[in-house]
Design a protein around this ligand. Structure first.
Ligand SMILES: NC(=O)c1ccc[n+]([C@@H]2O[C@H](COP(=O)([O-])OP(=O)(O)OC[C@H]3O[C@@H](n4cnc5c(N)ncnc54)[C@H](O)[C@@H]3O)[C@@H](O)[C@H]2O)c1
Length: 312
């Protein structure tokens, strides 16, 4: 298959690119390198430096492509609150350009990255795809609009679309020094450098941490399978992990006693977030299952090899 990955120089996109190459597909990455890194792109994949809002460039890039895996986005929730118009431009206009170019180039399928942020402030119940969306940031609102756009292109314009709602993805290449970094990469890097870890709130807040290679494998599956077209699907493990349990596991792996600094809860912080994975299991026959301590060890190995180059 000829697969083009927008945002394929980033954390998740480059892992998807790697797995697509390993599976024997012809892969092209399309990325403007704002947060991505050219070095993340597999050597045998093609690379086009371009912006997803540049329709002319997209139309050239999409010629002959079977599946577009759309990962490019601005991804920081706080930044989206500070710059809602800029986020709209990249995430909403950019995604519309991707879908429209796919339609015009007769790309068969677009698999789009969405987010658990769509579920909003969170409850102890596992989030189901049919739950009412409660986006609480411009970023979450952008992604919900992307899903609506995908449904429109899917149901009315003949492009097969699948939206994947990622929960907390972690793993190698998630840069801990970036404002976009997730809690795992930040905590891992600080612990490795023996720096204190700040816990906002009680530390009992939970997240569904899903290993990036599991996510990539699932997305690759969605490039091929027939029974998920026009679906919105959670990608998580279904297992909640508290922040304190995460820190404990990291400390055990590194054989270090974490030094914790407690701070008040951050406004707008989601208390609990875990995926209901019934639909994912029904469509793919599998649920991400990399054990947290194994995935964290791989993440720490990567950070250990790269903290020298990363200015923390
Ligand atoms: N990391 C997570 O836990 C998580 C959770 C939910 C959803 N997501 C979604 O997954 C996708 C990938 O996120 P990530 O964590 O790998 O982030 P990332 O920042 O590592 O990757 C995003 C990539 O998109 C590229 N990009 C940004 N703006 C662009 C533009 N205008 N044109 C072309 N390329 C552009 C960046 O250079 C980067 O390579 C995003 O759509 C994000 O919203 C991530």
């Amino acid at each position: 298959m000829r697969i083009l990955i927008t945002g394929g120089a980033g954390f998740i996109g480059s892992t998807i690119a790697e797995q697509c190459v390993s599976a024997g597909h012809d892969v092209t990455v399309y990325d403007n390198l704002t947060t991505g890194n050219r070095a993340n792109v597999p050597a045998t994949a093609g690379f086009i430096e371009g912006d997803i809002r540049d329709s002319d460039r997209l139309l050239k890039a999409f010629k002959g492509i079977d599946v577009v895996v759309h990962q490019a986005a601005r991804v920081s929730v706080p930044d989206s609150i500070a710059d809602p118009v800029g986020f709209w431009d990249v995430n909403v206009v950019g995604t519309r350009c991707v879908l429209e170019s796919a339609r015009r180039c007769q790309v068969r399928r677009v698999v789009l990255a969405s987010t658990a942020a769509i579920y909003g402030p969170g409850s102890l119940d596992a989030a189901r795809e049919e739950d009412a969306p409660r986006p609480a940031s411009p970023y979450a609102d952008n992604k919900l609009l992307n899903e609506l756009d995908a449904a429109y292109y899917g149901q009315h314009l003949g492009v097969e679309t699948i939206c994947t709602r990622y929960f907390n993805v972690y793993g190698p290449r998630q840069r801990p020094d970036s404002p976009y970094a997730g809690v795992v990469s930040i905590m891992s890097a600080k612990l490795r450098l023996n720096e204190p870890l700040t816990i906002f709130g009680t530390g009992q807040q939970t997240r569904d941490f899903v290993y990036v290679e599991d996510v990539a494998r699932t997305v690759l599956g969605f490039c091929e399978i027939r029974n998920a077209v026009h679906d919105v699907i959670n990608i998580g493990t279904g297992e909640p992990t508290s922040l304190l349990a995460l820190v404990d596991t990291l400390g055990r792996i590194l054989d270090r006693e974490p030094r914790l600094v407690h701070a008040g809860p951050r406004p707008g912080d989601v208390l609990h977030s875990v995926a209901n994975v019934t639909r994912l299991a029904a469509r793919t026959g599998a649920v991400p299952a990399t054990p947290l301590d194994w995935g964290l060890s791989r993440t720490l190995d990567w950070i250990g090899g790269s903290v020298g180059q990363i200015a923390l």
